[in-house]
Design a protein around this ligand. Sequence first.
Ligand SMILES: Nc1nc2c(ncn2[C@@H]2O[C@H](COP(=O)(O)OP(=O)(O)OP(=O)(O)O)[C@@H](O)[C@H]2O)c(=O)[nH]1
Ligand SMILES: [Mg+2]
Length: 208
Amino acid sequence: MKEHVPTGEETTSLIVFVGRSNVGKSSIIRALTGKKVIIGKRPGSTRWEQMIEMGSFTVVDIPGFGFMAGQSKAKIEETKKHIIQSLEKWSDRILLSVLIIDLSLFRELHDRWSSRGEIPIDVEFYSFLCEISPRVVVVANKADKLKASRVESELDFLVQMLRDSVIDRQPTVIMTDALRKKGVSLLRDLIDEILKEEGLEPPMWALT
Ligand SMILES: Nc1nc2c(ncn2[C@@H]2O[C@H](COP(=O)(O)OP(=O)(O)OP(=O)(O)O)[C@@H](O)[C@H]2O)c(=O)[nH]1
Ligand SMILES: [Mg+2]
């Protein structure tokens, strides 16, 4: 049998950005790294994984799961399966999973899925990421789309749902508005802390 010699790309640590379509994964990556990953108004802008080399680690921009503009149901299901398989394949290399959630839609989608007797897809992915990755941070993005008076209750609801789904982990949640780059520095600081813990060199972030 031919010996498998891993290349550098196959061994660097990964920080994966995961979430439903159109929640702002690519926008947050762009704000953090300054790399011109594709951002789009319609769900399904990122069609396949983008590996962004950051020196001591690699950021992975993953296509969104769930609804994608112009895609059949079968194709959407196939994409979800592919994402899960890729994450499983990478699990030994994942330093951190960043699950991005659209805070302005979370409760509505959560209630819709629950009323059908289904596990809401954001919650399903949160549990899955907790199984395959040593650290998970949830980014509650698009906070600006909520009325200011509702932000706190929506955030509390999200935290409660995450707690209920994985009872042995205290969820880490960061609130952001990627359009105005608000809150993204908290994510950067958290990543820097993790890199330090792992003895890895922090990169030159785009965000100042
Ligand atoms: N209001 C608001 N809009 C945002 C925010 N973050 C991203 N957007 C917008 O949301 C849309 C989708 O952003 P993307 O970064 O492409 O989202 P994505 O999760 O990478 O989408 P896919 O690759 O399709 O899964 C774009 O029109 C962004 O400008 C935010 O915090 N607030
Ligand atoms: Mg994207």
